[in-house]
Design a protein around this ligand. Structure first.
Ligand code: WT7
Length: 654
């Protein structure tokens, strides 16, 4: 972020206190902060007891003796799926709609808690019949359809571990995730709908399993796209056939609170994505608590909609586990916001009377660009809480969101968290916090955040520094799948000392003079494109895997629509020079990255250059390339081996 925009964020003077009416009816009361402060660990124990059903109550809340791996509610037992399903039916809410699902072509399905519970029981029987049990890994590669939720909960019900891979990822990406976790089963669909077309998923699974030696025994296929699929007899099974064969009843067994619930891969600073591991009791406690309090959820009357795909952590925590644990009614939509018309989202809000809406700044900015006439054409008066997630929300977008979507009155909660944190860590609480555009504001009750300088001492406002979490929290990651060393190194080596453990998040932050936290973006080689995390190195590896490429450097450049955009600088191999025009080469390489990783990683631009700026020790100076990509004057070039390189690059591009 540029110094200018940081200054304007720190001097943001607009304030939006909650209305007396909202505060009076709000779930969270101001005392919650003092309660949590007085006994942080006890506070979480209370939440775990109040919000969840325990097959066996816990007596021990936090065991941090194995730091940095925490055990929360360690001697307790629960079933995550039972908490999201059966108990709502047993308490008389079986007829409440759990999911109003809308397919992109306009087909719809509503499932009550009783119906969703029945489907998950059958699916659990199907999975058990395929040999899936406690601890087994199941890969899920699906569109946003109810079966994706059913599949996740069925895996959870058996105490097995899901690894959901976003449906937009390539066959290659899917393969590496299946292999890393040694998945036994893949659950997929023939295809899903996106931008008016069916995108094939089964074909990508076939590609991922083509190599010898895969650990996958079966592929369960949901019929959705009705597209042609190839079939591997014995391995492939239709979901609907198997569901019809099994018993309807399934009794949920309790599993220990630290039983792994899922692995979710996310990009880090080095090439290979990390399998972030989350467990059961602590995770479910924090996502249920935050979902209820941050969004002020009144499950008996609210209609909630989080637009995230289930393939991301936001989909795990705030489409599946948080809302269902709380017995919420929610909207789920399969497709893109502009299909078949640019008002599709607003039409859905009007149709289902959505009262709580949670989306990403990149979406808000793209709607802003289209103009307010589009949302103004729909009745959005049901909205009473708005949420934002994924990247800092700029004050202009914040104000537009509140005015145009929230009728100038809905509180906005800007929620900061990560795949690793599992649940929301920093956010306003509507009804309590006086809102300030552009700032995520305050740590959640029970969460301890500090901003540290490079030397590890606390910085005082308005100094900037690095964001750390200073005390363990219930939904924290328990590790990186198969790589405990990388787990310690990545998150715990920077600021921990002796037996004081501090989690390094990778984000820069400021505390302003009111004590509010302003997030400033990543301080590492991780980019944030449309709220999705991508690693510069991962894309560089994809580029150099192409026979045309000798060397590549990737930077995240500021982009009005997507926050950051991927910009690549590539040196072609000498035997390739002249084989294509520069434009052709750039088109081929953009497509190659999309095919290797997925469309979200496709570079906005690929510049073919003769040299890359390097320091004397051979390190590529991405900072300078970022200056070029953002059209800024170049920063300090004095540490370059050859200071003329940058001149050559900029001359060539201008
Ligand atoms: C990174 C985590 C949390 C689910 C979606 C992304 C950035 C996230 C905010 C926010 C400023 C934010 C951070 C963080 N980020 N939310 N409200 N304000 N930055 O999860 O893919 O794990 O990415 O997203 O840089 O480290 P993720």
């Amino acid at each position: 972020m540029s110094t200018n925009s940081i200054d304007s964020l720190l001097h943001e003077s607009r304030r939006f206190p909650p209305t007396a009416e909202f505060s009076a009816g709000a779930i969270a009361k101001p005392e919650i902060y003092d309660e949590a402060k007085a006994d942080r660990v006890g506070f979480w124990a209370d939440q775990a007891r109040d919000l969840l059903h325990w097959h066996k109550p816990f007596t021990e809340t936090l065991d941090w003796s194995g730091a940095p791996v925490a055990r929360w509610f360690g001697d307790g037992e629960l079933n995550v799926a039972y908490n999201c399903l059966d108990r709502h039916v047993e308490s008389g809410n079986g007829d409440r709609v759990a999911i109003h699902w809308e397919g992109e072509p306009g087909d719809t399905r509503s499932l009550t808690y009783a119906e969703l519970t029945a489907e998950v029981k059958r699916a659990a029987n199907v999975l058990a019949g395929l040999g899936i049990g406690k601890g087994d890994r199941v890969a899920i590669y699906m569109p946003v359809i109810p079966e994706a939720v059913v599949a996740m909960l069925a895996v959870a019900r058996l105490g097995a571990v899901h690894s959901v891979v976003f449906g937009g990822f390539s066959s290659e990406s899917l393969r590496s995730r299946i292999d890393d976790a040694s998945a036994k089963l893949v659950i997929t669909a023939d295809g899903g709908w996106r931008k008016g077309k069916v995108f094939p998923l089964k074909a990508a699974v076939d590609g991922a399993l083509a190599a010898e030696g895969s650990t996958v025994e079966h592929v369960l296929v949901v019929r959705r796209g009705e597209n042609e699929v190839e079939w591997s007899e014995g391995r492939d099974l239709w979901w609907h056939d198997e569901m019809a064969k099994v018993a309807a009843e399934h009794v949920a067994e309790g599993f220990e609170a630290e039983n792994p619930l899922f692995i979710l891969y996310t990009s880090g600073t080095t090439g290979k994505p990390k399998g972030i591991l989350h467990t059961s009791g602590g995770y479910l406690t924090q996502v249920a608590f935050t979902h209820k309090n941050v969004f002020d959820l009144h499950p008996e009357r609210d209609v909630y909609w989080c637009t995230a795909d289930v393939g991301w952590i936001t989909g795990h925590s705030y489409v599946v586990y948080g809302p269902l644990a709380n017995g919420a009614t929610q909207v789920m939509y399969e497709g893109t916001p502009d299909t078949p018309h640019p008002g599709r989202w607003w039409e859905l809000i009007e149709k289902y009377k959505v009262s709580i809406f949670y989306t990403a700044p990149t979406a808000i900015r793209s709607f802003m660009k289209l103009g307010r006439e589009i949302p103004d054409g729909f009745d959005l008066s049901s909205i009473r809480v708005l949420g934002s997630v994924g990247e800092p929300i700029n004050p202009e977008a914040w104000i537009w969101y509140r005015d145009v979507i929230g009728a100038g009155t809905a509180p906005i909660v800007d929620t900061w968290w990560q795949t690793e944190t599992g649940g929301i860590m920093i956010s306003a609480l509507p009804g309590i916090t006086t809102l300030k555009p552009g700032s995520a504001q305050v740590p959640m009750p029970g969460i301890k955040i500090d901003i540290l300088g490079e030397d590890g001492t606390r910085v005082d406002p308005p100094q900037g520094g690095l964001l750390v979490v200073s005390e363990p929290w219930p939904s924290m990651l328990r590790g990186i799948w198969g790589d405990p060393e990388r787990f310690r190194e990545t998150y715990w080596s920077r600021f921990s000392a002796g037996d004081t453990w501090k989690y390094f998040a990778g984000d820069g932050a400021h505390v302003d003079s009111d004590g509010d936290i302003v997030l400033l973006g990543r301080v590492d080689d991780v980019m944030n494109v449309s709220g999705h995390r991508l690693s510069t190195q991962e894309i560089e590896s994809a580029l150099v895997s192409h026979p045309m490429v000798a060397e590549a450097a990737v930077v995240g450049a500021a982009d009005e629509a997507t926050g950051q955009a991927v910009v690549a600088f590539v040196i072609l191999r000498s035997d390739q020079e002249g084989a294509q025009t520069v434009d052709e080469a750039s088109t081929i390489l953009r497509a190659h990255v999309a095919q290797q990783i997925g469309a979200i990683a496709r570079p906005r631009q690929v510049f073919i250059v003769a040299e890359l700026p390097k320091t004397r020790s051979g390190k590529i100076m991405r900072r300078l390339l970022q200056d070029v990509a953002e059209g800024r004057e170049l920063g300090d070039t004095t540490t370059l081996t050859d200071t003329s390189v940058m001149q050559i690059i900029t001359d060539k591009l201008n």
